[in-house]
Structure formats: C-alpha cells, structure tokens
Design a protein around this ligand. Structure first.
Ligand SMILES: Nc1ncnc2c1ncn2[C@@H]1O[C@H](COP(=O)(O)OP(=O)(O)OP(=O)(O)O)[C@@H](O)[C@H]1O
Length: 267
C-alpha cells in the first residue's frame, strides 16, 4: 500500500500542494485529475522520487520512503512524450533497461508482455515508423519489463485519438489487473479518469477536492468545484454527442420519408 501523509510542496515560497493525505491499495488504478497547473505532475514526481517534498511522509508497504532516492524506490514512469530511443528498434527499446539488469525479466516474460501489447509485428521497426498508439505500447512494455512496484503514467492518452485511446485504456487496465500492479495516472480529462480508474483523486488549489470511486464522484460530488469542473465538462460532452446524433437521426428520418413519398408517387 502507498500512503501519503500531509505531504506539502512549494516552489519559491509559492504553495503548490498544501496537505495531501491519501492511501492507494495494491493493484489499484488511481487517477490524479485536475485543471492545468494544479500540481498533478508535481504530485506524481513526489511519488516517483524526483522531486523533494517540503513536509509530510510517503510510506510504501509500511516503510517511510520520503528520503529514499528515486532509483531505490523501484517505481517507474512512462512520460507523456514516451522518451523512446529513435536510433534503436522496438525490441531494443523494450529491453533497453535489462542490459545491465538481465535477471529482472526472463525472455518468456518479455515475450509475454510483447504478446499482451500486440507488438510482435513491430519489433524490427524504428520508433519513427510507429503510430502514436504503437509508441505508447512500446513505452509501456519498456517500463513493464523492469517490473516496477508502482507504475506511474503522465497523461498517457493525451496524444492519442478516439479508437486508439480506448484500446490503450484497455491495455492499461489489463496490465494493471494481470500483474496486480498499482498504477497512478495523471490526467486533466474527467472522462478518461472516470472510465479508467478504480479511484479518482481530484486536485484543486493545492488540496484534494474529492477522492473516491468514479460512481461516488458522479452520484455524490463533494463540492461545487467537482460539480463545476468535472460534471459540467461531462454534461457538455454528453449534450454535444446527443445533439450530433439527434441531427443524424433527423436526417435519416427525413431521407426515409422522402423515399416513402417517392415510392407512393411511382405506384
Ligand atoms: N520546477 C519548478 N519550479 C517552479 N515552479 C514549478 C516547477 N514545477 C512546477 N512548477 C509550478 O507548479 C505548479 C504546478 O505544476 P504541475 O506541472 O505540477 O501542474 P499540472 O497540474 O501537472 O499542470 P498541467 O496539467 O498543465 O501539466 C505550476 O504553477 C508550475 O508553474
């Protein structure tokens, strides 16, 4: 279990995170959701260990890791831009971290991940020959072969569109469940957070606005910010889609009526 207790962070005297306390269970997918600049990436970096806090504790499996450096925490991150090596092929990118630590994953385990992420047809390709979704899957595989204790994902879907987004979402869920891997995801998109996660943490003005299951957030928003920021965005999206389909349905009904009328005129 990962626990944050009264974690604080400020930059140049400006408070970014005020008093963050939360528990994340083993194997849980948790999204950190909030508007731009609210401190989502800062919180992810504090957990990863590349940013130091100004107070509070981070505890993993009962051990205080607040002062444990990143390399010793055993967590791993997939960055927003994937940070893949363009001069290496897909297979070499995936296995890059194993060069100096080959014992971490067996060949069978690497092959299993490649299969799970459907990367077999791409292994010989260079990174610039891949689509965004394929790059994301390579970045996921490369991180997973190192068997992180916690998987951190910074805006994993923001560069992807519609169908690809849904497919990567499914892969992330499958990996988290199959490997019972605690997964923490930063996103600014309520739909993404609510459809991908077991629990969602909504950040605003340095604090946690609400932390709960997606259905709790939808059914019982804790305050006006959650209502305004999260639910309104979803409502707007829903209405836009309804409007689109309503227009399409009206068009279809009109065409059918025209066909019927033409049919009556012929007979
Ligand atoms: N190294 C730094 N030095 C000074 N200020 C920083 C630093 N890193 C982040 N900040 C500030 O901290 C605040 C939170 O930044 P952060 O990147 O965590 O937000 P975010 O919620 O991830 O935003 P976005 O969704 O736009 O990526 C911002 O006001 C940012 O300018």
């Amino acid at each position: 279990m990962l626990q944050l207790e009264h974690v604080k962070k400020s930059y140049d005297g400006v408070t970014i995170l005020e008093d963050i306390s939360l528990d994340i269970e083993d194997g849980e997918i948790v999204s950190i959701l909030g508007p731009s600049g609210c401190g989502k990436t800062t919180l992810l970096n504090l957990i990863l260990g590349i940013t130091e806090s100004n107070g509070g504790k981070i505890i993993f499996d009962g051990e205080d890791i607040t002062d444990v450096p990143m390399e010793k925490r055993g967590f791993n991150i997939v960055f927003q831009d994937y940070a893949l090596f363009p001069n290496l092929n897909v297979y070499k990118n995936i296995t890059y971290g194993l060069r100096n630590k080959p014992a971490i994953s067996t060949k069978e385990e690497v092959d299993e991940l490649i299969r799970l992420l459907e990367l077999e047809p791409h292994l010989e390709k260079k990174i610039d020959q891949l689509s965004g979704g394929q790059k994301q899957r390579v970045a996921l595989a490369r991180t997973m072969v190192m068997k992180p204790k916690i998987l951190l994902l910074d805006e994993p879907l923001s560069a992807l569109d519609g169908v690809i987004k849904e497919s990567i979402k499914d892969r992330i869920k499958t990996i988290a469940k199959e490997y019972h891997l605690t997964t923490i995801i930063v996103t600014h998109d309520p739909e993404e957070a609510l459809t991908l996660s077991d629990r969602v943490m909504i950040l605003n003005e340095g604090g946690i606005s609400q932390y709960g299951k997606p259905e709790d957030i939808i059914l019982a928003p804790a305050n006006n910010f959650v209502k305004a920021f999260i639910l309104n965005q979803l409502e707007i999206k829903k209405n836009n889609i309804y409007r689109l389909f309503a227009a399409q349905m009206a068009q279809t009904q009109m065409s059918q009526a025209q066909v019927q009328q033409q049919g009556m005129q012929v007979s």
